[in-house]
Ligand binder design. Structure first.
Ligand SMILES: Nc1ncnc2c1ncn2[C@@H]1O[C@H](COP(=O)(O)OP(=O)(O)OP(=O)(O)O)[C@@H](O)[C@H]1O
Length: 582
């Protein structure tokens, strides 16, 4: 039960629901114990012809009353225990989701989305089943079994009780053995299920690529393979249950056989009455049904344990990017940035991307970064917003090492427009306003105008209320980029990073946006990462990167005169433009 330790706070919070729920449940169980006693009374009186019609009606009335009361208490325990388990499910889901959002980028590099989705659905469901219906069945199994055995011993012949219960120790042995196997197999099922979810998610996200490369057949086959593994593991689990349940059944039948045979002898020999015999077999029926449910309890508890193990493993993960003890908020950022002998490499590779990399960006200035693909441009941006931490050296803003700045404060002060331009499937308004504390429609339109998107938006049927993505309009690459720019602008940060943010717009549109941005960016520090020289020609300074090193530095004009890599990029671009125009 160590696995469930993580749920202790939830239990404490909902303890009264569980305590009262279990109380109602116990009342139901106690009431069930009256039935064999009533049957004993009726049978004994019937046998001796002592029963009047009135008494018979009275017995029937008792049974009816017990039935109604049991129904009422069942309603109550359901409301309390199942209600509490739903509550736990709700809280666990919230906890897991908020924890997932705290984890760093490298975590998401190591784990697949589909796998995490499986945790959020299947595993939480399994935990809820263990903590709702599982607890009910467990309470029943413990209390009813003990109570029934005590009643049997007290009210009937002890030899009959001992003999009828002889097969029970075997049951304990089986349950322990099967419990372990079920736990292992269920874990395997959950893993296979996660793989299927992941494959589905990946394929649906990449549907366009799959179609464009005519890979439907190959993907269907790959999916079938994963699905087959899930089937096999489910069948393995079913096989275990296939053996486990009949074994339980067999042991129960054995008890009944003994009870009928030896109980009958005792009646014949007049050691017990016929009423005792009837009451005993009724008790045994109760016992058998609650013992059979032990199989189900084990199943559901093992599933819950396997799932909580998987959830625990996520909850134990902590982001390697965290606020340090004495981290403070950034107040009134001017925006000077210094990279001081920074060395960095991604954790999944031994190679360093940057080595002893140093760079100074004065507050309010603009820096362009250009370089061949893979030269480390995005890495510089990633480090500045602390998506990753440097191995050696330091990065500071206004002379504060960024590790001394609270993460939220750091990121609030930086408008990072990354290459992805990810949009949420909601309205344009909500997408633009995503990171802003507050905004109004004028502000929204102003930033959309600066980003060169306003005209496009006005042509959509619902304009700013147009839904983007899944159930709405799918924006073009250029529109997405401009929306991402507007989303950063509305935050009004002191530092901007544009990572390849103009690659999907033509050079004329780019020129217009850049011009509008220049006014907007006055007194703000701007880093523009680009592949086109045209994007960078107005920057105060441009660096040319190669394999993580600055090989050229200067403004547009001075870099051209150096006739180095920057000049080559420029020539190539001119050539491309000539070709395009012809
Ligand atoms: N998350 C990551 N994990 C491991 N390696 C990475 C990761 N991101 C980038 N890299 C590697 O780091 C190097 C630099 O990548 P980076 O994205 O900084 O290049 P870039 O200059 O921005 O390229 P591009 O112009 O194509 O965007 C590349 O070799 C890349 O393969």
């Amino acid at each position: 039960m160590i696995s469930f330790k993580i749920l202790k706070p939830f239990f404490l919070k909902n303890k009264w629901f569980y305590i009262l729920g279990v109380l109602w449940l116990l009342l139901v169980d106690i009431l069930q114990l009256f039935i064999p006693e009533i049957l004993r009374g009726i049978t004994n009186r019937l046998e001796t012809n002592l029963l009047t019609q009135r008494q018979l009606a009275l017995y029937a009335l008792y049974v009816l009353l017990i039935g109604v009361t049991i129904g009422f208490f069942r309603f109550l325990w359901r409301m309390f225990i199942i209600g509490a388990s739903r509550n736990l499910e709700y809280q666990l889901r919230n906890k897991l989701f908020s924890h997932l959002l705290t984890l760093s980028s490298s975590y998401y590099q190591r784990h697949k989305t589909g796998d995490l989705m499986a945790h959020l659905t299947n595993d939480i469901h399994a935990v809820r089943m263990a903590l709702g219906p599982g607890i009910v069945a467990l309470t029943d199994a413990i209390f009813l079994n003990i109570a029934v055995m005590v009643m049997m011993l007290r009210t009937t012949d002890y030899r009959l009780t001992v003999l009828a219960l002889l097969p029970m120790p075997l049951l304990v042995v089986f349950m322990t053995k099967f419990g372990k196997i079920i736990h292992k197999r269920f874990k395997a099922v959950q893993e296979a299920f996660a793989a299927v979810t992941d494959k589905t998610q990946e394929n649906l996200s990449g549907i366009r690529v799959i179609k464009a490369f005519v890979q439907e057949e190959a993907e269907i086959n790959a999916f079938k393979e994963k699905n087959l593994l899930l089937l096999q593991r489910n069948l393995d689990l079913a096989k275990t249950f296939g053996i486990f349940h009949p074994l339980l059944q067999f042991l129960s039948s054995l008890s009944f056989t003994i009870a009928i045979w030896y109980g009958g002898i005792l009646v014949i020999e007049e050691i017990i009455t016929l009423g005792d015999f009837v009451a005993f077999t009724t008790y045994l029926a109760l016992l058998v049904s609650s013992i059979s449910s032990i199989g189900w309890v084990i199943n559901i508890m093992q599933r819950g344990r396997a799932s909580i193990d998987r959830i625990n493993s996520i909850l134990k993960e902590s982001s390697e990017i965290q606020d340090f003890h004495d981290a403070k908020n950034l107040e009134k950022v001017k925006g000077s940035i210094v990279f001081d002998r920074v060395t960095f490499g991604y954790s999944n590779s031994s190679e360093n991307i940057l080595e002893e990399f140093s760079l100074k960006i004065p507050a309010g200035s603009s820096l362009g970064i250009i370089g061949k693909t893979g030269s480390g441009k995005t890495t510089i941006a990633n480090l500045l917003v602390r998506l990753y931490d440097v191995k050696e050296g330091s990065i500071s803003i206004d002379n504060n090492p960024i590790t001394n700045i609270k993460l939220a404060s750091l990121r609030k002060n930086i408008g990072f427009i990354d290459q992805d331009s990810f949009l949420f499937s909601t309205t344009i308004t909500e997408n633009i306003g995503f990171g802003a504390d507050s905004y109004d429609i004028e502000n929204l339109q102003r930033v959309a105008k600066v980003a060169g998107l306003h005209q496009d938006i006005m042509e959509f049927p619902k304009q700013y209320e147009t839904m983007v993505g899944e159930k709405g309009i799918t924006l073009s690459g250029g529109q997405r980029q401009r929306l991402a720019i507007a989303r950063a602008l509305i935050k009004n940060p002191s530092i901007f990073i544009f990572d390849d943010s103009f690659s999907a717009v033509d050079t004329d549109t780019e020129e217009r946006i850049l011009q509008a941005l220049r006014t907007e960016m006055k007194n703000k520090t701007t880093i523009i990462i680009a592949h086109r020289v045209s994007t960078l020609k107005h920057c105060d300074k441009v660096i040319v990167l190669e394999e993580g090193k600055i090989i050229e530095i200067g403004d547009h004009e001075s870099l051209l005169t150096k006739k180095g890599l920057y000049y080559d990029f420029y020539q190539k671009q001119l050539l491309e433009e000539v070709i395009l125009k012809n």
